[in-house]
Ligand binder design. Sequence first.
Ligand SMILES: *[C@@H]1O[C@H](CO)[C@@H](O)[C@H](O)[C@H]1NC(C)=O
Ligand SMILES: *[C@@H]1O[C@H](CO)[C@@H](O)[C@H](O)[C@H]1NC(C)=O
Ligand SMILES: *[C@@H]1O[C@H](CO)[C@@H](O)[C@H](O)[C@H]1NC(C)=O
Length: 510
Amino acid sequence: MASATLLYFVLTWSSVRVGKSVESLFNMKCQPAVGVIGQTTHISCSIDYFPISINTVVLTRSGEEKPCFTFQPYVNRVTGDSRFKVENGPSLQLHNTAISDEGEYWYLIRTSLGNEKVKFTISVTGKYSNPIITFVPEKIVNGEHADLYCSASGGYPAGTIHWFDRSNTNWTKSATLQSTQGNDGLFTLSSKLSFQKINRACAPYRCVVLNNKYEEEGENTFHLEIKGLFNMKCQPAVGVIGQTTHISCSIEYFTDPKPISINTVVLTRSGEEKPCFIFQPYVNRVTGDSRFEFKAENGPSLQLHNTVISDESKYTYFIQTNRGTDKVKFTISVTSKYSNPIITSMPEEVVDGEHADLYCNASGGYPAGTIHWFDQSNTNWTKSTTLQSTQGNDGLFTLSSKLSFQKINRACAPYRCVVLNNKYEEEGENTFHLERKDIPLHTPAGDSIVKNSIAPLVLIGSLIVGLLIVRLLKRSCDSQLKRVISLDRSVDFSKDPDDVEDEKALIEPI
Ligand SMILES: *[C@@H]1O[C@H](CO)[C@@H](O)[C@H](O)[C@H]1NC(C)=O
Ligand SMILES: *[C@@H]1O[C@H](CO)[C@@H](O)[C@H](O)[C@H]1NC(C)=O
Ligand SMILES: *[C@@H]1O[C@H](CO)[C@@H](O)[C@H](O)[C@H]1NC(C)=O
């Protein structure tokens, strides 16, 4: 039925036509097609008489012999690139358009009224991303050197970037454009606008991305007047494990000191992309680590509650305000105080003149500290010690310092160990008293008789003989140390209760 109608048309049409070439009895036209990468390109063609019955469609790229696409409607047979489809008579569709589809094509159709061959082009475009403006140096100051960069990517074909200022003055001639084509064929544009002296009065600067037909595809602006309004500063913060660390920041105004209001704060650890803390005061919204706290009344200062060792890091702190943005870097360092040291001995019962090791241990500190040893006369014994510093799974350090004696000398006791943090500040100390284990046992009664009758004598004797003996003993303590010590200590000895005890110990047997 359909073919009968067609035949009727064909006959009518051909009888009307006069002067048409023998090749075909009709005309076909195709518009140049413009496709978008990844989308469907419509190749619009028309025949000046319709309907017509198409027997074969053959599409060949200009310069190639082998057709890239053929279609025979009656047998519904496709060969070649299946992304092509015949739709609406001679019009075509090209699905999932690629840059490589760009070119000239020969389009041949065979119909019941003869054959026709036309040429058309496919061109392909890709839209550029909205441009991003970056700048050097990090803080642009009015009247100083500055480079602005405007970049957009993912476009095709190569486009361009134009620059304008607040009064729409065209700055493009002062800019340099770099256009690079990726492996995917898409272009990245980057335009650099250099100022020897950037002028706030001309800001905002605007960059516009244009495609190859000079149609605008996107734009962005750079607000210099806002950048130059204020300057944020943060002090390095030192926190204590388990406590609240105060990160003290302040704002310095360049121009009129109208108070600003902070809209968003973003804190990012150095080396990480994802912020660790974001706060938007107006909607009271916190994302990230809730141990951080921002209080609007403290300016841009922050608090970090329940500080842990892993908080030690460099941070980048960005604030957005009603009058512009700023970004600073600061560090958090963490400390923990060492426990008061404990002194233990090996053997447990130390005997004067015999071998002994003294251990001074302190734990729970951070960062690694050290332990120093002194004797009664404040002589520094640290060089004769060995320090062991071990870090627990919790990151905290345990210090253990060992002071070894071949023959421990009671005359030098008490020995004192001092725990110092990594800044050599004293965090605690302890002393080791050498107990007398060799006192001969005597009755309490005899003791009191002795005390009553000869106490005054002993006392005077103590003062005279004791001082002499103490000097003697000190010399032996010194000789054991084998080092030179300043001589101002004899004054201290007489005041030390341990010295008095030593004196008594020496006098008692008399
Ligand atoms: C701006 O300057 C560029 C380069 O000289 C020029 O190509 C462009 O047409 C100008 N744009 C306008 C809007 O005047
Ligand atoms: C101190 O440290 C030493 C060596 O690590 C150890 O032998 C000793 O038991 C420790 N003393 C105490 C009281 O922890
Ligand atoms: C004790 O000696 C140590 C090690 O030689 C030294 O680092 C320290 O400063 C000395 N301490 C004092 C108070 O002299």
